[in-house]
Design a protein around this ligand. Sequence first.
Ligand SMILES: [Zn+2]
Length: 349
Amino acid sequence: MINHQSPSIPLLVRIKPGALDRVGIYFARAGIRGIGLFVSSGLPASILERVRRSCEANGVRLVYTVEPKDASLESATDLFASLPAGCEALAGLGGGKALDLAKFVAVLANRPYYAIPTSLSNDGFCSPQASLTVKGRRKSLGARIPTGIVVDTEACLAAPLPLWWSGVGDLVSKITAIHDWRLAFHADGTPFNDFAALLSDATVFQFIANPDRDPEGIRTLATALMLNGVAMEICGNSRPASGSEHLVSHALDSFSAHPRLHGLQVGVATYIVSLLQGQGTENIAALFEKTGFWDAFANDPLPRSEWLEAFRRAPTIKQDFHTILSTRDVLPEVEALLATDSKLKTVFV
Ligand SMILES: [Zn+2]
């Protein structure tokens, strides 16, 4: 369905070194005096301390600080119910669960939400969805795009290397996602949004032009992942950010004995899907070479049998979602690629 509602975009975007020390200024300028803060478990204490100090120095109270144990709908409703008075906005600090929960509780509480990711492992920090489990099953629930995005590029640069590779993998998936979207438009009339596709495409190629793991490369990656979230908001669905490569990753998450980081799985699936689609492979391969992406699997190769099973299950994961996987039985091709492609051969066992 075409989204006829006007999209919302973040009102505040700060992507720069030392942004963590200025969080309090950003809240104070927006007239926010009390914050409910959701913090990732395992986050270095110094990061929370910097946010705390910055808020204190600017007269912003941390009314509520929580370190969520899981990212379930049940936890979200509990946290919403226990939200104290005075939380004028919610913020998620760190990554993954904490950000998804804060984003969703902000919808329940009808409060502005600020995303403060400290790594860039996927595009979730700025997407209009929250990935939560509902009765034990992972679901993508409707949420709102953040009111504010604060990315400290120095902090992200200090995050472990696999998280960076994961961000690269999730970003590059837009190449195959957009192609799947076009296929769906021609196959069954799925509405295609030119502007959202263009935005998504442009961000990937901007990053490909400067994929270094340095402050500038981190800024470009953060901007690109953020604009992908905005692209989803503009068209009202996840098509500009997620195609068949994401279905494969979702399938793996549902049964793999050892699921990897979202963007690592998605990145490998993107490379394979690009070969099935017959487009994009050259750019993807060059980017993976430059960023050392394949090294993520050097000591921990991927099981061929699980990935074949994931490709088998992928087309059944989402109803009415046409992709390259809907066009033919791709299993024999995937099997051959895993055995013969010069890169895939080295990362699969
Ligand atoms: Zn993704």
